[in-house]
Design a protein around this ligand. Structure first.
Ligand SMILES: O=c1ccn([C@H]2C[C@H](O)[C@@H](CO)O2)c(=O)[nH]1
Length: 144
């Protein structure tokens, strides 16, 4: 039985913690055996994602971006909260944690304010500004 990191009481009420943990169960991670789930709230709706790997390793996509892109594809443009959880690869092993990768932090910045709360289950809750200070934005291109 895989272990799941404990929910953070601060975001349990939002349902995002449980949604992220449940999404991790759907991960397609036969190569890394590292199952990740994410849940984002946008426009009052919750969108979930899991990591999806591929035999062509570089095509893997993180759980966070799957959840965010699902929200965007549904018409949302502004994230209100994010939760991410992972399940340990080894049955009976210790609970795992992860911090969102740089690519996912940059994608969050495209669709959120710097105050976006990002709960990393088992670690704590951060703002997007904590995770990605001084992000690259549209303004940097001179086209805003
Ligand atoms: O923030 C992260 C970091 C990694 N992964 C996934 C990608 C890959 O499938 C596996 C190992 O890197 O974990 C995520 O889903 N989110």
């Amino acid at each position: 039985m895989a272990s799941v990191t404990a929910p953070d009481p601060a975001s349990r009420a939002s349902g995002l913690t449980a949604a992220a943990q449940a999404a991790a169960l759907n991960a397609h991670a036969p190569y890394s055996r590292f199952r990740v789930g994410a849940a984002v709230r946008a426009g009052g709706q919750v969108y979930t994602g899991c990591n999806v790997e591929n035999a062509s390793y570089g095509l893997a996509i993180c759980a966070e971006r799957v959840a965010i892109f699902k929200a965007v594809a549904a018409g949302a443009r502004r994230l209100e909260a994010v939760a991410v959880a992972c399940i340990d690869a080894s049955p009976g092993g210790p609970a795992s944690t992860l911090m969102p990768c740089g690519a996912c932090r940059q994608v969050m910045a495209e669709f959120a304010d710097s105050s976006l709360p990002v709960e990393v289950v088992g670690v704590g809750t951060f703002t997007l500004a904590d995770l990605l200070p001084q992000p690259f934005t549209l303004g940097d291109t001179g086209r805003s």
